[in-house]
Write a protein that binds this ligand. Structure first.
Ligand code: PLP
Length: 498
């Protein structure tokens, strides 16, 4: 299996190269040149395996330059060893007749990014051995919250890697900050920066391509690589759980073999829902993919009109991981839906970067709409959904999941489509405690820990121990630097102890 670029179909690289390089030299994203197919019999066969077994079989189809043994090591390293609090890794929980919630937050940081970021470090270190780099991999991350913590946990103490995370000093939630500054591991560092997320992000991008920093790292046997959500190594682990959810629904007698399902995904960067689209293109029986957005509804407008327009107000919402105006992974959908028209994709992406918008035209929109449906939900809707779901179905969900549930019920009453539906749940309700308490109309005060305990008390749900124990952990990282000092800071941290 070879990989090409969404902006140049002549590119050919191995999966190991796609993963170590992260992004193609032409600015495009790596995609497999063809989509491996699964027959219904094969899906039924997968349903007899556990999550790790399913993951291994699916990864094998995409990462053909990895040996069976290497893939086993990767999968065991990611999903074994009790790192996930559910034996099923991504359990499927029915909430009513024909509707299941796919809980993707049983990992160490309580958000769905663990599903990919627990596996990526293993894929990356094996990939770098294959490409013959034999270097220590240095990961830099700029984070607005969830990604930084999930990347730190994923790379923590993974041999031959180092990771540094920059977060905006005043731009992450107290819980997210606490999760990061108490991070354990011998190869990790966390630095606050005086500025906002964009400052952190642009700073990281500059360092990445800075010739001086790259030469210095090289001379010490190190090289940069990237863990962001456009890396193919983050996308491929996400395909697994949609197929696994179908297997579980089958095993539980919720669906018949071959029956189509709908999948609903709370969406930001379009990575998670794109993985569901790959599963569909591989042969998973899917009727509709429903893309749910919060008040930042650029994707809803796009999937309804064919026009992508980022020139609009940006809202800070109670589902911050979906507060996004540019959904990078949409580029991969456009490439697949146009049957690999690299020139068209390149044109749209150029328009997006120069004018902030592009229009894909009616034909292509029509084709995309045969599969994708979209909807959005405001803050009131988010709250009402958390409250209603808890009080009527006895199911507690977080703010991001609530956006998806709300969008789904809107879709179902509008269309009358009662196809069996799987809704992706992307975070533990305890991770976004303030929003959840607010929705349940519970008065609260005090620090994060008190809020967690209060939520546990009023709902009777057990709080994830990794969140409850945070306040008793040592604060390891107090560094704060300016935008200008980031480069110096990276070099100092990388060369420490060399
Ligand atoms: C990152 C994230 C999302 C958005 O996922 P994308 O793959 O960027 O669409 C949704 N919910 C939570 C909790 C997240 O952390």
């Amino acid at each position: 299996m070879l990989y090409t670029s969404t902006r140049d179909s002549n590119v050919r690289v191995s999966s190991a190269e796609a993963i170590t390089r992260g992004i193609s030299g032409d600015g495009g994203l790596f995609v497999p040149v063809e989509i491996p197919q699964l027959t219904l019999d094969q899906i039924v066969m997968l349903s007899r395996l556990d999550y790790k077994g399913r993951a291994k079989e699916i990864l094998k189809l995409y990462l053909t330059d990895f040996t069976d043994e290497e893939l086993s090591d990767c999968v065991n390293g990611a999903y074994g060893g009790g790192k996930f609090s559910s034996e099923k890794i991504a359990p499927l929980v029915p909430i009513e007749e024909g509707v299941d919630i796919l809980e993707l937050w049983k990992g160490p940081t309580c958000a769905f990014k663990d599903m990919a970021l627990q596996l990526l470090p293993h894929l990356l270190t094996k990939a770098s051995e294959k490409t013959g780099d034999h270097k220590t991999i240095v990961i830099l991350v700029a984070t607005s919250g969830d990604t930084g913590k999930a990347a730190l946990e994923g790379f923590r103490d993974v041999p031959n890697t180092k990771i540094t995370v920059f977060y905006p000093r005043d731009g992450v939630s107290p819980m997210q900050k606490l999760q990061m500054v108490t991070q354990e591991g011998g190869n990790v560092s966390v630095v606050a920066i005086e500025g906002n997320f964009d400052d952190a992000q642009s700073g990281v991008k500059e360092i990445f391509t800075d010739p001086e920093v790259n030469a210095e790292l090289n001379s010490h046997g190190m090289m940069f690589s990237s863990a962001n959500s456009i890396n193919w190594g983050r996308l491929v682990p996400q395909i697994v759980y949609y197929i696994s959810a179908y297997c579980d629904a089958l095993n539980d007698g919720r669906i018949e073999a071959g029956e189509k399902i709908n999948i609903v995904v709370p969406t930001g960067n379009f990575g998670n829902i794109l993985a569901a689209y790959y599963a569909l293109r591989m042969g998973l029986p899917v009727n509709k993919l429903i893309c749910a957005s919060n008040k930042n509804n650029v994707l809803t407008d796009f999937l309804k009109t064919g026009r992508y327009d980022r020139n609009r107000d940006f809202y800070v919402t109670s589902s911050p991981s979906m507060d996004i105006l540019i959904s990078s992974n949409l580029e991969r959908l456009l490439y697949l839906a146009t049957d690999m028209d690299d020139m068209a994709v390149r044109g749209w992406m150029h328009e997006l970067s120069t004018t902030g918008s592009y229009d894909i035209g009616e034909d292509l929109l029509g084709r995309i709409q045969t599969i994708f449906s979209a909807g959005c939900c405001d803050e009131e809707g988010t709250k009402a959904t958390i409250n209603g779901l808890f009080n009527s179905q006895d199911y507690l969900c977080d703010t991001h999941t609530a956006v998806a549930v709300n969008t789904y019920f809107g879709y179902r009453s509008e269309t009358g489509d009662d196809t069996h539906t799987v809704i992706a749940s992307t975070a533990s309700p305890f991770k976004f405690c303030a929003g959840v308490l607010d929705a349940l109309e519970v008065e609260f005060e005090g620090d994060e820990l008190e809020k967690i305990h209060q939520l546990s008390k009023v709902t009777g749900e057990e709080c994830p121990p990794q969140l409850a124990s945070l306040t008793s952990k040592e604060i390891r990282f107090k560094d704060c630097c300016t935008r200008e000092n980031m480069k110096e800071t990276v070099l100092r941290l990388c060369l420490k102890g060399e």
